[in-house]
Ligand binder design. Sequence first.
Ligand code: ZN
Length: 167
Amino acid sequence: MPKLISREEALAQIRAERGGEPCLMCGIAARRIGAVHALYEDDDFLVFLPRYVRRWGQVCVMPYAHVRSFGEMSAASFGAMSSLGHRVAMTLERAQRPKRVYLASTGSSAGELVNSSEHMHLHAIPLYMPDDKPSDIFSWRAGVWVGADEEWADLLASYRAAWAEAT
Ligand SMILES: [Zn+2]
């Protein structure tokens, strides 16, 4: 079973894994910050399973380019990211059967934080509880879920199968 750890424990682990990387997302994309569970990648985007999540099964879409605002993205690039987000959301619906899926680009208005990045990214978060609220999901106050290696591998395998069907 995935394990719920405290926000403080998660932040300490990420701090240790991140080292001196100036951008969290660029560091993940370059595979310099821990294992990357990639569901899909092409020349421009990486779709991966973040390793610290508020709901098990969360997926993140990010451009490889270090863009920090919507204004720095072309309509075509944003469209491509949105298309990937749509396919991810369909994948989550097939594989996890959640009540619903949040699709959100939350960004960071406080610069690069331990667990947050200005580098543009899109979260797809499966919700399993009928009363889940954005304030529950987009805060780490109640802890963060982490998995063991085989749990990540199992989740990735189920997503790969659903991804192939979600077109
Ligand atoms: Zn970056």
